[in-house]
Design a protein around this ligand. Structure first.
Ligand code: SAM
Length: 273
């Protein structure tokens, strides 16, 4: 076990993490940071936090940065998180976007997708509306800065504990197949989803999208990075495109480029034309 993190190391690490992924950890998070970085110390063979910091800054081995990002990001997620959002998606947003053309192209971005539960929940809702996804023209792009999370999303295999969080048994039976002790997402849902590593501070994902979900990540950013991320997202929306943020997140004072709409207890943002 490494010696406790010195104040200067704590400052350097929090600055480094904020600059790489926008996640702001204040000094009260010292123990959290230490415990998350301990595994990275073991993995990289570094014996002190200072040595790990120097390796990360040097940038010669990109896997050090990746391991730090994987360790410090909070990947908490589950199926149908904030269920009323998916009711609104099903009963209002998708029907409005498709109109009377079920084969109209529809592009959805699950930005900060973590391990994929949000994207696959969207895919379930789309199947419930469109029935035959092979005949529809829908695409879900899931991105996250954590490579470990993106790999898990791509595997689309979830433990009993993970499917037990948010999925009704009848949805589990219909949309998943047993895979050893775990469950795999059905192929037709999987086939409309693509996952890739991407940083919301400088996204390579281009869109344009009809709908963007960016939930439960803006809370981790400082105001300046939050504004930058929101601007990046809005630049990738189609005309009148929709941005959904987390239930505890708001764009009040962040941008003038959207108007807020409230439907069935769910607030979302429409890009002004
Ligand atoms: C708490 S999870 C939210 C997952 C999902 N959107 C949900 O609401 O259930 C936050 C995710 O944001 C990702 N994240 C943090 N900073 C990021 C950045 N700069 N770019 C892309 N993803 C980021 C983390 O890796 C993590 O998986």
């Amino acid at each position: 076990m490494a010696a406790p993190m010195a104040d200067r190391e704590l400052l350097l690490f929090t600055q480094y993490i904020a600059s790489v992924c926008g996640v702001r950890l204040d000094s009260s998070k010292r123990y959290l940071l230490e415990s998350r970085l301990d595994e990275v110390l073991r993995d990289t063979g570094c014996t002190t936090y200072g040595e790990l910091y120097a390796r990360a800054r040097a940038g010669a081995d990109r896997s050090v940065e990746r391991k730090i990002i994987d360790a410090v990001t909070t990947n908490e997620t589950f199926f149908f998180r904030d269920a009323k959002v998916f009711d609104v998606l099903k009963n209002k947003l998708v029907p409005d976007l498709l109109g009377d053309q079920p084969t109209r192209p529809l592009a959805i971005w699950s930005a900060a997708a973590s391990t994929g539960q949000e994207a696959y929940t969207i895919a379930i809702v789309l199947e419930q509306i469109l029935f035959d996804l092979a005949k529809a023209n829908v695409r879900i792009t899931g991105t996250d800065i954590s490579e470990a999370a993106v790999n898990a999303a791509n595997r689309c295999e979830y433990s009993p504990l993970e499917v037990g969080r948010g999925l009704e048994p009848k949805l589990l039976a219909k949309y998943f197949t047993q895979w050893g002790k775990n469950y795999k997402v059905r192929d037709d849902l999987r086939s409309i989803c693509r996952f890739q590593v991407d940083n919301l501070l400088a996204p390579k994902t281009t869109g344009p999208f009809d709908l963007i979900f960016c939930r439960n990540v803006l809370i981790y950013f400082a105001a300046v990075d939050k504004a930058k991320v929101v601007d990046n997202l809005l630049s990738r929306l189609k005309k009148n495109g929709i941005l959904l943020v987390g239930g505890t997140e708001s764009l009040l004072g962040v941008t003038e480029r959207v108007r807020r709409v409230e439907t069935a207890g769910v607030g979302y943002y429409v890009l002004k034309s």
